[in-house]
Design a protein. Structure first.
Length: 566
């Protein structure tokens, strides 16, 4: 533990300090035609602008043989609070994806879009065109607050509409103030005589690591509130929003074979009124800014600040900054963290249909013209599109006189309302991993569908086709698909080998526990088949899989991050 985070600084901290508020030499690197990459220091800064430099790992070895540099390209992530976009914005992103990227869109686990395969020469043009849609990419990555998540359908009730507004307000309130983004990507000219010398919220070196905020509306925990740095649980009385329980200190990432790193569930520390939300969010961020570890990036998330110093210390520090005390937390109950598929009618009288987008990837294939179908819907849709935290898509606010047209297009283009799939597949999720993620140790997005097909055979044989089990996979231990709170979690250890975690909570309330380490598909199926069959025969009424494997002592219950490895 670094008691004084100001006494040591990691390399990234020095890069940020010397960056002139996130400018670095990004502009010069974009203009260099000799390489498809940008300077190494600038790759750390580029994240704050919403982009990662990547390369096609499928081609690495062949290009090395040919003495060529890696096949560099860039991923761009959009900032889109609560996952909401208009049909016009959808069509613009579709066009950008097919013009400048790899012809696909990806719905992320943080309710937004990623575009992959953008060449350096097209990077500035792509970001500019995204901004022309009235979306942007600033702070979608980097050591700042990232895309703010909440229940994806504000039309479900008046409370959901209120919560959506708070998600937008938090996103705007916690945005960096540097004009570097506008100057590099949008050609904004610096104003003479007014040099930029301050970031009032973040300071010159921003946060020690990334920061994630979510809002949940019980009984649905679709945003996985306990997996995030800061959360607000909506408290509803007499169908009115009275305030929020505040959660702090969640986070998923860890590192294999380093037990001092671990996932952690957030703690509920109290209740605040709606008008206090922005003040609470700001001072939680400032507390992490001032006390987070800036010497060791593996120990720099808020979860470690709280775990090292204690929840009561953090609450006291926060309340000292606020100048008032949080009220005691109010009762609430979550029942699941999945999506509801198919058509529903909202409080506004309009219809909303949730489509299953496996692992969030939107593209056309020979037998599934998904991207074309959604494009055709966007051309006639008068409502909006909403990305869920489970990588699915809601076509929202469909008027009665348009419902039949939308339904025809869904059928024509074989779009998936979930009815054709098992509950296991509908409750699955995967990160991107190979070929583009530089951190990937194993396949995830490309591999999980096939593994589920084999597990479905086991589930069907056990009579469990319609029984939901949350299942998630990541290609590395960083946890982007939140595998450590899944009932079955797969985490890549090396190519073709995965750690298997069991016992996470059905609504995200408990961590999983390592069951088998570094095993292949053959062993995965051999290990899970008898567990699933026993679950089918011996479960109690209403008992979820994660609860069952703990009761039957396959794994022990884990709620504290420090118990994750023990």
């Amino acid at each position: 533990m670094n008691d004084d985070p100001k006494t040591q600084r990691s390399g990234v901290e020095i890069i940020k300090d010397n960056s002139d508020y996130l400018r670095g030499t990004i502009e010069q690197g974009l203009a260099d035609p000799i390489t498809g990459a940008i300077a190494e220091d600038d790759t750390a800064l580029l994240k704050f602008h919403g982009s990662y430099q990547q390369d096609d790992r499928d081609l690495r070895q062949e290009r090395r043989k040919q003495k060529l540099e890696p096949a560099y390209s860039f991923m761009i992530r959009v900032r889109m609070p609560a996952g909401v976009c208009t049909p016009e914005q959808w069509l613009d992103l579709d066009r950008v994806a097919n013009t400048h990227a790899n012809g696909s869109l990806r719905l992320t686990t943080r309710q937004t879009f990623q575009l992959h395969g953008i060449l350096k020469r097209n990077l500035k043009r792509t970001i500019r065109e995204i901004n022309e849609t009235l979306l942007d990419t600033i702070a979608a990555c980097g050591d700042v607050n990232r895309n703010v998540m909440c229940n994806p359908n504000p039309h479900q009730s008046e409370v959901h509409a209120n919560v959506y507004e708070y998600a937008k307000q938090i996103s705007e309130h916690l945005l960096p103030k540097t004009r570097a983004y506008h100057q590099i990507w949008l050609d904004e000219k610096p104003v003479a005589g007014t040099p930029e010398t301050d970031e009032p919220l973040y300071g010159k070196v921003y946060l020690p690591r990334k920061f994630k905020v979510v809002i949940a509306v019980p009984p649905s925990n679709d945003v996985d509130i306990y997996a995030h740095d800061l959360g607000f649980i909506a408290i509803v009385e007499n169908e009115k929003l009275t305030g929020f329980n505040v959660t702090v200190g969640g986070g998923m990432g860890m590192t294999h074979s380093e037990p001092e790193t671990f996932p952690r569930l957030a703690d509920v520390i109290g209740f605040c009124k709606p008008e206090q939300v922005l003040e609470v969010a700001e001072h939680v961020v400032k507390t992490q800014r001032d006390f987070g570890d800036r010497g060791n990036r593996k120990h720099a998330r808020l979860k470690y600040t709280i775990d090292d110093r204690g929840v009561e210390w953090f609450k006291g520090e926060l309340e000292s900054r606020l100048g008032w005390a949080l009220e005691p937390a109010k009762p609430y109950q979550f029942t699941d963290n999945g999506d509801r598929y198919g058509w529903v009618k909202g409080a506004d009288g309009k219809r909303h249909v949730t489509l299953f987008i496996e692992n969030g990837r939107i593209r056309d294939t020979d037998d599934y013209p998904m991207m074309t179908g959604l494009r055709e819907i966007a051309k006639i849709h008068k409502g909006d599109f909403r990305v869920t935290a489970n990588q699915n898509l809601i076509i929202a606010s469909v008027a009665e006189n348009q419902k039949a047209k939308i339904e025809r297009l869904i059928k024509q283009y074989k779009l998936d309302d979930g009815t054709a799939h098992s509950a296991l597949r509908l409750n699955s999720m995967a990160c991107v991993a190979f070929p583009t993620c530089g951190l990937a140790m194993a396949e995830s997005e490309r591999y999980l569908p096939g593994l589920i097909t084999k597990l479905e055979e086991v589930m069907l044989d056990a009579g469990l086709r319609d029984d939901a089990i949350t299942l998630r996979m990541t290609g590395c231990p960083n946890g982007c698909a939140r595998p450590y709170i899944a009932e079955i979690g797969f985490v890549g250890k090396s190519v073709g080998h995965y750690n298997v975690y069991l016992g996470g909570g059905f609504h995200g309330q408990r961590l999983g526990k390592l069951y088998r380490e570094g095993i292949t598909e053959e062993k995965i199926l051999a290990e899970l088949t008898p567990v699933i069959k026993r679950y089918a025969k011996e479960r109690d009424d209403g008992e979820h899989f994660g609860d069952f494997v703990i009761r039957k002592e396959y794994v022990r219950e884990v709620r504290a991050g420090r118990d994750f490895h023990s």
